[in-house]
Design a protein around this ligand. Sequence first.
Ligand SMILES: C[S@@+](CC[C@H](N)C(=O)[O-])C[C@H]1O[C@@H](n2cnc3c(N)ncnc32)[C@H](O)[C@@H]1O
Length: 240
Amino acid sequence: MTLSEDGSYTAYSKEYEEHYHSTRDGALKESLVKHVEPAFKIKQNQDEINILDICFGLGFNTLATLYYYKQNSLTSKLNIYSPELDETLVASLQNFTYPKEFEEFKSIIDSICKDGIYEDENFYIEVFLGDAREYVKKFENKFDIVYQDAFSPSSNPMLWTKEYFSDIKRSIKEEGVLTTYSIALATRLALYENGFNIYLNCGENFRDATVASPSSLVAFKEVDMPHKISCNPNARPLRD
Ligand SMILES: C[S@@+](CC[C@H](N)C(=O)[O-])C[C@H]1O[C@@H](n2cnc3c(N)ncnc32)[C@H](O)[C@@H]1O
């Protein structure tokens, strides 16, 4: 475990040679400011909210969503779908040192570790042990929110290609919102070439991130993609 800047612990993957979260931004803070808060800025007032959490990892994005939900007294039914390749990691999370903000979710974590699923009257959480590339193909016009939080494009390129985002586009609703920490032009192009509008998610105490949606969003500053492309004529999205 590695202590990150906001006092929460993250982990390091030897296989991908990367931390699961930005140690500079902090694990909990990164989940909140780069994923949960920008997504819920757009999506709140719905009876039911379907979320695709790519990928489950230590579960911070899912747990930070529950935390945000409780803090803001939301009432929507939340359905969270999250693929994860690493079965051993998921099974080990019962023993992970989570921030105190997640203490009330201990029984939820235990249930996910044991059965890969949790359900009560407000939440349905499903962790699919397998390949995200196959998993996302199952869904069409389903998700209100997609947290795109794979390891970086350089270490896990298969979860950042134009073809992958084509499947994500199929799975997200027209009014849906995708959040990601990546501001790489190749990532933004892969989204843009699949019909997403691209927005900047910025704030004072964290590094810039990206929000994308098939629809127009007024809550975020739009990235001028035609201008970026004309300044970088050789830029290309990653491909399968
Ligand atoms: C950056 S971590 C995710 C962090 C997570 N969102 C969190 O908040 O803790 C990336 C995760 O993707 C998983 N992964 C990598 N390739 C995958 C694939 N093809 N399908 C499913 N999971 C994958 C890794 O095992 C790792 O747990």
